[in-house]
Design a protein around this ligand. Structure first.
Ligand code: GDP
Ligand code: MN
Length: 379
């Protein structure tokens, strides 16, 4: 789950990370009020779950409250990477002397929290990573000991020469690490970590993602979820207990089990198609789950074909077949459906489907090939 910048700032601020106080607003008038209170030049920043807001025009400086209001009226309601801006953060503008990058992720390879820091921070960090990876310094932290002083100082020395700044940055890395660990984050990032012309080190942007598995035991974090800022189909799927991730292709996939879902997407790609989603209806599926899955998939206008790939173990294939039949009775499914199923209660499932004139395939390759061909034909 992604946090908004203003939410991530709260967590970092509570840990002592230095930053400039501001306010969050949903209307241009509120922005005027906050800018008046702050006085002087402010930055108005779009609050959406997307990076690159600066480049997209979602981060703007304003010299007066009137200008802040004007800028906010433009930013509120604008779309950045498919997400509509509903709130803005208003903070005093810092007089930036340099921009560094400090990030912390849960790294699968080292199986540890991994720091990445670079003195080439700011809006082009992706380009730095791609073109001059040697400018990014990495350090995996042993969680048994935490981030030790020599390690945080070592990282900070990659960023600054001035020892006051080195010490300040090292402290901020320790604070970032504690926030990351205490909140079950999968990512925590400050970019830019800026120095100002008077020598201070400040966090000017904050990004934190919380591991979804953390949320059951942390209602305080779960309460930070902003559903209005998330992909609508993923919100619906979560509520229906389906594991769903929207992708860019046009082959809608309904599969049981995460492993089979991955294998199905691989096979769709292998035969030249593109999956429209990852969807795992789970182990013990009931017909209702299938109905919900079909609702979500058919709501996506880019889907051209629906591919079922069901391996019946605990999942009963007749449950899935009943779900398909129920769904097609409840609402009109205007798309071709390719069904592959095998395993528990397969004979019953085939009978149920044949009863409504639908065919079930047994072979996974065959089903995926058909689905890809149908998707191509539809273009
Ligand atoms: P992002 O593009 O989504 O990462 O948004 P950021 O919050 O990182 O802002 C993008 C860029 O806007 C920064 O890299 C800065 O160059 C600029 N910026 C942000 N805050 C300030 C500020 O207080 N003063 C000045 N001068 N520039 C800022
Ligand atoms: Mn940033």
């Amino acid at each position: 789950m992604n946090l908004h910048e203003y939410q991530a700032r709260e967590l970092l601020k509570a840990a002592g990370v230095p930053m400039l106080d501001g306010g969050v607003a949903a209307t241009a008038d509120e922005v005027h009020a906050i800018a008046s209170r702050i006085g002087g030049t402010v930055v108005v920043k779009a609050q959406v779950h997307a990076g690159g807001r600066g480049k997209a025009g979602g981060v703007k400086l304003a010299k007066t409250p009137a200008e802040a209001k004007e800028v906010a009226a433009r930013i509120l309601g604008m779309t950045i990477k498919g997400l509509v801006v509903q709130k803005v953060l208003v903070v005093p503008a810092a007089d930036i002397a340099s921009e560094s990058y400090v990030g912390l992720i849960m790294d699968r390879e080292s199986q540890r929290p991994l720091f990445m820091v670079s003195s080439a921070g700011g809006i082009d960090i992706e380009e730095v990573a791609a073109k001059t990876p040697e400018k990014i310094h990495r350090l995996a932290v042993d969680p048994r000991f935490g981030l030790m002083p020599h390690q945080s100082l070592g990282l900070a020395l990659k960023l600054y020469q001035d020892f006051n700044q080195v010490r300040a940055a090292a402290r901020m890395m320790e604070q970032l690490y504690s926030v990351f660990m205490a909140n079950g984050a999968s990512l925590a990032e400050i970019n830019p970590l800026a120095t100002t012309s008077d020598g201070k080190v400040l966090a000017l942007d904050a990004k934190i993602s919380i591991d979804d598995n953390e949320l059951d035991r942390r209602p305080d974090l779960a309460a930070l979820r902003d559903e209005s800022a998330e992909e609508p189909s993923e919100v619906t799927a979560r509520k229906a207990n389906l594991t769903f991730i929207k992708l860019d292709g046009n082959v809608g996939c309904v599969v049981n089990g995460a492993g089979l879902a991955m294998a199905t997407m691989d096979l769709v790609k292998y035969y030249g198609g593109d999956p429209a989603n990852f969807l795992d209806i789970g182990g013990s599926s009931n017909p209702e789950k299938v109905v919900n899955a079909l609702k979500i998939i058919t709501a996506d206008p880019s889907v051209k074909v629906i591919l079922f790939n069901i391996f019946g173990g605990i999942t009963r294939t007749d449950d899935v077949a009943n779900g398909i039949v129920t769904a097609t009775r409840q609402f009109k499914v205007d798309l071709p459906i390719v069904i592959r199923l095998t395993g528990t209660n397969e004979k019953e499932a085939v009978k149920i489907l044949e009863g409504v004139g639908m065919k079930a395939l047994n072979d996974m390759d065959e089903a995926v090939k058909q689905a890809v061909a149908l998707a191509k034909g539809a273009k």
